[in-house]
Design a protein. Structure first.
Length: 163
């Protein structure tokens, strides 16, 4: 099963200048809880944006087009098909970004773990594809209020593919 996990703003923004848009402590904890012990797949830019890499307690796979490139603590894949082959025996594999990689996996994904952030960033430069109700069923949603560690209201939503 292929799952996507991402935090998106109201305008579908996910990043700016190679970084996340904001720091939501509860979302980082949720990401860690959901992905620990699993495989995480990311583009080169997302790998390089991680403050501590590779992500611990997870099998890290980094997508790149550049032959012979290596990433400390991570396996390398050169195509989406290669990722699918490398993860075919796994119960759930997580696509963790960024924009370029999400767009390619969206048609293949079975499940979306979306953190909806109740804010918009007009100066963002990276966006998530629109989640179309004809393609995705909202399975669950839990609402959370802003507090001293989380600057905006946010919801944890899970969608499953309508197939
Ligand atoms: N809000 C969130 O939850 C979230 C999560 C993750 C990331 N982000 C943000 O997203 C932004 C980064 O996204 P991005 O779109 O710029 O970059 P990205 O998707 O992280 O990485 C793009 C790179 O991945 C490689 N790649 C992608 N598809 C490939 C394929 N099919 N085959 C081979 N290589 C492939 C290429 O690397 P080469 O150039 O080496 O060929 C490409 O340049 C950052 O701002 C980051 O903070 C946000």
């Amino acid at each position: 099963m292929i799952s996507i996990i991402v935090a998106i703003a109201e305008n579908y923004a996910i990043g700016r200048h190679g970084e996340l848009l904001c720091h939501l402590s509860a979302d980082l904890a949720y990401f860690k809880k959901v992905t620990s012990g699993k495989t995480v797949v990311m583009g080169e830019r997302t790998y390089l944006s991680l403050p501590h890499r590779p992500l611990p307690n997870r099998r890290n796979i980094v997508l790149t087009d550049v032959p012979d490139k290596t990433f400390s603590g991570a396996q390398v894949a050169y195509s989406i098909n290669q990722v699918l082959e490398m993860t075919k025996d796994e119960d759930e594999c997580f696509i963790i970004g960024g924009g370029m990689v999400y767009r390619q996996f969206m048609p293949l994904a079975d499940k979306l773990y979306i953190t909806h952030i109740h804010h918009s960033w007009e100066d963002a430069d990276t966006f998530f594809p629109v989640i179309r109700p004809e393609h995705w069923h909202l399975e669950s949603i839990s609402e959370n209020k802003a507090d001293d560690k989380n600057p905006f209201d946010f919801d944890f939503a899970i969608y499953t593919a309508k197939r």
